[in-house]
Design a protein around this ligand. Sequence first.
Ligand code: DON
Length: 302
Amino acid sequence: MEKILEKIIHDNRDLINKGHVADYIPALSKVNPNYIGLSIADIDGNIYNVGDCNVKFTIQSISKIIALMLALIDNGEDFLFTKVGYEPTDEPFNTLYKLDFNKNKPANPMINSGAIVTTSLIKGSKEEKFSRLIELIRFITENPDINYNEEVYLSEKSTGHKNRAMAYLMKSKGLLNGDVEDILDTYFKQCSIEVTAADLAKIGLFVARRCPMNIDSKIGNERMASIITAIMTTCGMYDFSGQYAATVGIPSKSGVGGGILGLIPSKLGIGVFSPALDKFGNSIAGYGIMKDLSRELNLNIF
Ligand code: DON
């Protein structure tokens, strides 16, 4: 297995030169673009790590999955989806286009506007929301050392004006309860949590195992896993989700830190890390790796 994975990494390394690390969050522009790592954790307990699997990077939009879990646990499906939609978009992840039209809610929980709503629906003060988010990630990954990157958090907080604009617009439309700056603060901080490709594979495996956890919840674990997997498939790679589904066929979620989390229900979780991005904000080598992985291991769910 490791040999196959090493070859996949080798075959896709050159793609790094065709992408660029995210620089709209200034602290992210300092990341070394040459990292590349792939981790797989399967249901039988096997873990395969190749390349830079233990290098930390910020989780960014992949945190939207964890926020969605907590918002579903706290509110249940019916209420949550009165505030955010189930539908994919053909617009970039940071769009606020259409938010001011008649549509009364963001299209889905994976674009920034929808994710800000999701985070706002996690119960607790801003400190409690964040601590529940990070504790859930530590629990799922069995990695108590997971923490957030203060520099990336502050960098995004001081430059995230477009997220701020969409949050205030949503507040004016009655979509956000609570203090807008507090909600944004939690959102920026959750995006700056640091993980490794190996951690992402474990999060993927957790959802593949149908979210086994024993907590007081307004949604069943199985139903939560089903919703998350469906929304990853239709919305997880933003306005590239359709082509990604057709060419890779693995439910996935990307982040501008260069991570991609993938999963095959009841089988395995995948974590990829390579920080150079394509024009959609997805890891450029990561996409190549997922395509090859899908073909080599026959993982396409469609
Ligand atoms: O809100 C932002 O712009 C970032 N913190 C997260 C965006 C992101 O990861 C989009 N992913 N491809």
